[in-house]
Every structure is written in structure tokens, then in C-alpha cells.
Design a protein around this ligand. Structure first.
Ligand code: SAM
Length: 283
């Protein structure tokens, strides 16, 4: 294969290939785990928006069950098809749909998950307000599905865009989790507004019944205290994570060795339809 210029400049992209991760995103979850010990005591996990699957790979390599006879249960969901990963149940579906929540629940045999992670991202348009809005809606869809499948005391981790309306999201998350932290792994570029929200100790409000019909934006937060602005605004701690000795994703590093093939080639890329039509002279 020809030498890709991406290989030369992106150290995490290169490391992902060397270590067998399908995407450089694997390092974001690994660094979040270093900071928050997310995987401790976790044997049932849901990976939302999981394709191409590097977070599922991280989970399958790191989750452990208390008894050696049992195997951790990992359910991975995405709109796109994913190549199989050993030990991961895969589900193609839309996380905004009730049917997807029901299918996830059915895989846990009546038990609930210990951890839900979501690296969901819409196709960005470049119109920042629009991208932030759609990302926020995806995060709320992930939170909504989480209220169906997470056990009390469990943890929810999701990608978030730190845009101007982030206080609204923080207020929503605080309704369900007493401990909410915004964290930026070193493998996530500083030039990106991406960060990850780590929500610990799931405690839904008393009497809360999970539903896929009420948008979570309607969930009650205390307006009298004006949690979105002013002195009582919900402020969550912001911490960077990843060891200081780990690579800086905004720097370039010289790389001398040969380029590497992808760990997993795309199995259903969008460009395949185009190539097929072109071959048949239909476009
Ligand atoms: N964590 C993944 C990994 O490590 O390989 C990368 C996830 S990628 C950044 C974002 C994913 O979100 C895409 O695969 C996309 O298909 C998925 N996605 C976006 N909207 C979705 C939706 N409504 N339901 C399910 N998946 C969705």
C-alpha cells in the first residue's frame, strides 16, 4: 500500500494500527478509563454508536466478570453494519428508536447494564450551530436509552460538543446523575470542541418511568433556581485525562517505519454504491 500522509502526522492513528484498534478513538476510551476507572466491576455494557468498533474492542479486551466461568456481556449498536468482534453482540439500529431500546434490553435477560458508553456523532455539516444541536439531540437520545438499560449506581459516558448551550445539557444530565464531569482525553484534539461527559452513580428521580416518547428536554430541572444562567447555573468540573507522558494529538511526530494496512477495512462503505453504479455505467 502507498504511504499515507495521515500515517505521518497522526500518531494516534498510527498507534491504533500498530495495536490492532479499528479506530484512533480507542485511545479516548482508554484514557477516560485511566482517569475514572470506568471498567471496574463492569460485566454488562452497552456501546451506543459503536461502528467501526474500536470502543467495543477496548471493552472486550478489558471487561472482566467476577467468576471466571462467566463472560462479560457487551452489546454494540450502530446505524451502520460492523464487522464482527469476538465477545460482542452487534445490533444494527437507530438509538432514537424505541425498538432499539427494546432489543438492547432483551439481550440482558432481565438484568441491567453497569455501563453505557456513546461515542455518537452525526455527519457534521460545518454549520456549527446545526452540528452542535444535532450532537446534543444524539446525546439526549443516548441518555434516554440509558434510562431504560442502566442499573442504579451505573455510569454513562458520552461524546459532547462544548458549544454555547452546554449548560442545558449539564442541567439535564444532573437530573439523573449526581456526579457529572466533562473530560477531554489527550488523544482528542484541542482544536476540536469534542469532549466526553462522564456521568456517575445513576439515580433517576423518584417515580421516573423511562419512556421513548417524551423528549428528555422536557425533563424537569428546577427553573426557580435558574440552573441555566446566573449564579446557580449548573457548572460541572472539567478535567483533561491521559497521562502527561502520552502523545499530544495536536502535535506532529516524525514516523520512519513503513505504513500499515487498516485493522479492519470498511465492510459497507458509502462509496461502494457509487462504484457499483459507475461500473454498470448507471451514473
Ligand atoms: N466509537 C466508535 C469506534 O470507536 O469505532 C466510533 C463512533 S463514530 C465517531 C460515530 C458513530 O455514530 C457512527 O458510526 C454513526 O453511524 C453513529 N450514529 C450516528 N447517529 C446514530 C444513530 N441515530 N443511531 C445509531 N448510531 C448512530
Amino acid at each position: 500500500m502507498g504511504k499515507s500522509s495521515k500515517d505521518k502526522r497522526d500518531i494516534y492513528y498510527r498507534l491504533a494500527k500498530e495495536q490492532g484498534w479499528r479506530a484512533r478513538s480507542a485511545f479516548k476510551l482508554l484514557q477516560l478509563n485511566e482517569e475514572f476507572s470506568l471498567f471496574d466491576g463492569v460485566s454488562r455494557c452497552v456501546d451506543l454508536c459503536a461502528a467501526p468498533g474500536s470502543w467495543s474492542q477496548v471493552l472486550s479486551r478489558n471487561l472482566k466478570c467476577p467468576s471466571p466461568e462467566e463472560r462479560p456481556k457487551i452489546v454494540a449498536v450502530d446505524l451502520q453494519t460492523m464487522a464482527p468482534i469476538e465477545g460482542v453482540i452487534q445490533l444494527q439500529g437507530d438509538i432514537t428508536k424505541r425498538s432499539t431500546a427494546e432489543k438492547i434490553i432483551s439481550y440482558f435477560d432481565g438484568q441491567l447494564a453497569d455501563l453505557v458508553v456513546s461515542d455518537g456523532a452525526p455527519d457534521v455539516t460545518g454549520l456549527h450551530d446545526m452540528d452542535e444541536y444535532i450532537q446534543a439531540q444524539l446525546l439526549l437520545a443516548a441518555l434516554n436509552i440509558t434510562t431504560h438499560v442502566l442499573r442504579p449506581g451505573g455510569c454513562f459516558v458520552a461524546k459532547i460538543f462544548r458549544g454555547k448551550d452546554i449548560s442545558l445539557l449539564y442541567a439535564q444530565l444532573k437530573v439523573f446523575f449526581p456526579v457529572v464531569t466533562c473530560s477531554k482525553p489527550r488523544s482528542s484534539r484541542n482544536s476540536s470542541i469534542e469532549a466526553f461527559i462522564v456521568c456517575q452513580n445513576y439515580q433517576p428521580p423518584t417515580g421516573y418511568v423511562p419512556t421513548m416518547t417524551n423528549p428528555l428536554l422536557d425533563a424537569k430541572y428546577d427553573e426557580s433556581e435558574n440552573q441555566l444562567a446566573g449564579p446557580n447555573r449548573v457548572i460541572v468540573p472539567y478535567i483533561t485525562c491521559g497521562d502527561l507522558s502520552s502523545y499530544d494529538s495536536d502535535r506532529t511526530y516524525p514516523m520512519t517505519s513503513q505504513s500499515l494496512d487498516p485493522v479492519q477495512s470498511p465492510i459497507a462503505p458509502a462509496y461502494k454504491t457509487y462504484i457499483d453504479l459507475k461500473r454498470k455505467h448507471e451514473i
